[in-house]
Each structure stands twice: as C-alpha cells, then as structure tokens.
Ligand binder design. Structure first.
Ligand code: AP5
Ligand code: MG
Length: 220
C-alpha cells in the first residue's frame, strides 16, 4: 500500500505512522525525521533545512522532493510506504504523482487526521522526542517515558523540538492552512481522501485508521 498521512502539526501523524507502518508492514517515511537526522549529523542539507524549520517555514521543494525520492527508491519501500509530512504543498503532490506514474505506480489513500487546534497546541506543548531518533515520540502527560527524560526505546535523551516554541508553532499552523491543506482538495479530486477524527486515545485512533484503510483496500 502507498499511503499519505496528512494533518496539522501535532495531530499525531508520527505517533500513528509508527503503528500503522508496523500493522501494514511498510516503512514509515517522515521528511521531518529525515531532516532532523541530517541536522544531528550536521550535513549541508541539515544546515539548510534547520534555518527553514526553526522559522516554521517549509524547506524548499527542490531539496525536499529530491530527499523524499531518494528515500522512496530504497529497496524496503518498493512494496509500499507510509508518507508522513510529504507532500506538503500542491507542487510536491504533483511531483509525487509524476514520480509514481513513471514507475507505473499510484497512491492508494490519503489519510487525513482531523484535530481541533486547542488539542494540537496541548499535544505539541508536552511533546518530547529522542535525540537519537525523532520518530521516538513521548508526551509529558499523554505518553510519559518510564524514566523522566530518557527514551523507553533506545535510552536516548528526550528533548523538546526547537520548532515547538509557541511562536514557531503558530507559524507552522499558518503554513499548514495556507500551503498544505490545499493538497486535500487536490487528492479529493482523485477520490483518494479518507478523513478520521484523531481525538481519543492513540490505540483508538489507530483502530479507526486501520478500519478505513481496510475498507478502502477491500473496496477495490
Ligand atoms: P514535521 O516533523 O513533519 O512536523 P509537523 O508536520 O509539524 O508535525 P509534527 O511532527 O509536529 O506532529 P505529528 O503530527 O507528527 O504529531 P506527533 O505524532 O509527534 O516537519 C517539521 C518541519 O520540517 C516543517 O515545519 C518543515 O520546516 C520541514 N518539513 C518537513 N517535511 C517537509 C516537506 N515535505 N516540505 C517542506 N518542509 C518540510 O504527536 C504530537 C504529540 O502528541 C506527541 O507528544 C504525542 O505523544 C502526542 N499524541 C499523539 N497522539 C495522541 C493522542 N491520540 N492523544 C494524546 N496525545 C497524543
Ligand atoms: Mg511528526
């Protein structure tokens, strides 16, 4: 299956992607996590991406599309993938369509996670991620680590993402509404969008997501 997860910052895309990718046996590809891994390794791409991320803006399409393409071409992604944070504007969606078309492939579903803004703000304010791998995500109240400040999965240090400050979150939400939300209409025109509420416990949201995805593949 080839799935795109879409939803505002803090909706729970990364959290859900970890479970969905495991259930569906496909890799979880997060452009945000790929950029953060480059920042940790202090690569040129990381240095460039950080300046945009810290301001809450999108990293330029050219580098983002090249990075996503490179990841999607890896052997583990040949049977499908779950994209988280890509595409993030209509230009990226068009580029993804062209990329897949060239390989005779297409997307199966866009899973749109709906969450009210006040909940998103609470989720981001308490989020802590692991220095070793920002896909290891915790929350001070909703999903506390067993030992304060230490990742349950790998023992890495937990920290608050640099772009999770109140001011940057406000900017990221604005960018989501103006640049990312239009991809939902773009994909609606292709009949690909399934929308679910991302409110409730993490496992309840996963169950809701699996149900709509099963239904979609069963419909085919
Ligand atoms: P990215 O890393 O993709 O950030 P984002 O889209 O803003 O989303 P988040 O990672 O903040 O939230 P999430 O939905 O994954 O929520 P999470 O699961 O962590 O992108 C960061 C930046 O990179 C961008 O601003 C941009 O600069 C750049 N970038 C990335 N992709 C790009 C692209 N394609 N083009 C250009 N630039 C790009 O959950 C949040 C918190 O809530 C956690 O603490 C979690 O434990 C908790 N939580 C989750 N679910 C629940 C629940 N059901 N109940 C209670 N708590 C929950
Ligand atoms: Mg995320």
């Amino acid at each position: 299956m080839r799935i795109v997860l879409v939803g505002p910052p803090g909706a729970g895309k990364g959290t859900q992607a970890a479970f969905l990718a495991e259930n569906l046996s496909i890799p979880h590809i997060s452009t945000g996590d790929l950029f953060r891994a480059n920042i940790s390794r202090q690569t040129e791409l990381g240095k460039l991406a950080k300046s945009y991320m810290d301001a809450g803006n999108l990293v330029p399409d050219e580098v983002t599309i090249a990075m996503a393409k490179d990841r999607m071409e890896q052997p583990d992604a040949q049977g499908g993938f779950l994209l988280d944070g890509f595409p993030r504007n209509v230009q990226q969606a068009v580029a993804l369509d062209e990329m897949l078309k060239a390989e005779g492939m297409k997307l199966d579903a866009i899973l749109d996670l709906e969450v009210p803004e006040d909940e998103v703000v609470k989720r981001i304010a308490g989020r802590r991620v692991c220095r070793n791998d920002s896909a290891h995500v915790f929350h001070v109240s909703y999903k506390p680590a067993k030992q304060d400040g230490v990742c349950d999965i790998c023992g890495g240090e937990l920290y608050q993402r640099d772009d999770d400050s109140e001011e940057t979150v406000r900017k990221r939400l604005e960018v989501y509404h103006t640049q990312t939300e239009p991809i939902i209409d773009y994909y609606k025109a292709q009949g690909l969008v399934v929308t679910i509420s991302a409110l409730g416990k993490v496992d309840e949201v996963t169950a809701r997501a699996m149900q709509v995805l099963d239904q979609r593949t069963g419909d085919k």
